[in-house]
Design a protein around this ligand. Structure first.
Ligand SMILES: NC(=O)c1ccc[n+]([C@@H]2O[C@H](COP(=O)([O-])OP(=O)(O)OC[C@H]3O[C@@H](n4cnc5c(N)ncnc54)[C@H](O)[C@@H]3O)[C@@H](O)[C@H]2O)c1
Length: 330
């Protein structure tokens, strides 16, 4: 099933959602309250999220399920998830499992969620051992993108979104060319969202080409967890250090060109900027990363812009490369 991706103004968005009034069940990030109409602010079926990434867990999941059941949710209801990627992951996972699965609508409110997090139907919560370790594949019926939400987004969250956009710059020639042409951000973001929706549509359960969307994520998740930085910044670092430990100069040069064109502060993407970085914690995180199976890792690499390759290496080989690379072992 392909989700419908619709771009809407604020009045049109809330006009669409008003169709659910009376049966409005939603998981909403409190940070976007200033954008919401009164009827949503006072709707009884809203489960509010204060700190999305730290509430993207099984405890919140269970509380929200109890809440919706108490509110009278049924198999024909839908859940609306309004927020960044952490909120859409949580809301989508609740929808995937409550009453054996009901439909859901994603309303992404961060740049990252508009280009990636809310698209494609991979939904999950985190465990203490790692990110997204419990989840499902459950396509949203609709993805409503309203760029007005971005007016309140902080600079650092914009940067995070740019991290995933950088990833698409390697995977899609069209995105690469828009980035290097300094096209307006909404044009680039639109192209990224369309690219992801096509890939997810062709390979919903990640049996084949969808794996390319994990570019930068193996090291990225480990950076995110150990450095406590945003997801997109971590993915951008994940790509850079992957190319570095594999001595892929060509990809590294493209990375540098796109980082400059996107106006990324390069300083934030250097390991030396983070004196608290602990390589043992980093390696330990990698050892429980869900992409490791039977000690083998499938790393996504870039053959050329628009063409990825998957290299299978052992977990030990990856650790050896990290240990051999100076910057990790200051
Ligand atoms: N399912 C997928 O395919 C997929 C893909 C990429 C990322 N993700 C997940 O997405 C999450 C990262 O997404 P994110 O960066 O959107 O994180 P997030 O949901 O944690 O949002 C980031 C911050 O922005 C705030 N925020 C949200 N919308 C806002 C707005 N309009 N104005 C002001 N503040 C706002 C949030 O409260 C939060 O503090 C991670 O959990 C990651 O695992 C999922």
């Amino acid at each position: 099933m392909r989700s419908a991706l619709t771009y809407l103004s604020r009045p049109d968005l809330f006009g669409e959602l008003a169709g659910l009034k009376g049966q409005f069940y939603a998981v909403i990030d409190e940070q976007v309250k200033s954008h919401l109409p009164d009827w949503i602010l006072s709707a009884p079926g809203v489960y509010w999220i204060k700190t999305p990434e730290s509430e993207k867990n099984l405890q919140t999941y269970e509380k929200a399920i109890q809440f919706f059941l108490h509110q009278g949710i049924t198999r024909t209801s839908s859940i609306v998830a309004i927020g960044g990627g952490a909120t859409t992951d949580l809301g989508g996972f609740i929808a995937a499992t409550i009453l054996r699965g009901i439909s859901w609508i994603a309303v992404p409110t961060t740049l990252l969620a508009m280009v990636d997090g809310s698209i494609g139907g991979k939904v999950a919560v985190n465990l203490p051992q790692g990110k997204n370790l419990v989840g499902a594949f459950h396509m949203p019926e609709q993805i409503f993108i309203c760029r007005d939400f971005l007016q309140t987004l902080s600079e650092s969250e914009f940067e995070s979104g740019k991290g995933e956009i950088l990833k698409y710059g390697f995977l899609s020639k069209a995105v690469h060319s828009l980035i290097l042409k300094n096209a307006p951000m909404d044009v680039i973001a639109h192209e990224c969202a369309e690219f992801k929706i096509q890939i997810a549509d062709k390979d919903f359960k990640e049996q084949g080409e969808r794996i390319q969307l994990n570019l930068g994520h193996t090291l990225g998740h480990a950076f995110e967890s150990t450095l406590k930085i945003s997801h997109g910044l971590a993915v951008a670092m994940g790509m850079k250090y992957l190319f570095k430990i594999l001595h892929d100069q060509k990809a590294l040069q493209e990375w540098e060109k796109m980082v400059a064109a996107l106006g990324f502060p390069e300083e934030k993407l250097k390991l030396s900027t983070y004196p608290h970085f602990n390589v043992e914690m980093f390696k330990n995180y990698l050892s429980v990363d869900k992409k490791k199976s039977d000690q083998l890792l499938r790393l996504v690499l870039v053959k050329e812009i628009g063409t990825h390759i998957v290299q299978t290496i052992t977990f030990r080989e990856l650790i050896d490369k990290i240990e051999a690379y100076d910057e990790f072992n200051r």
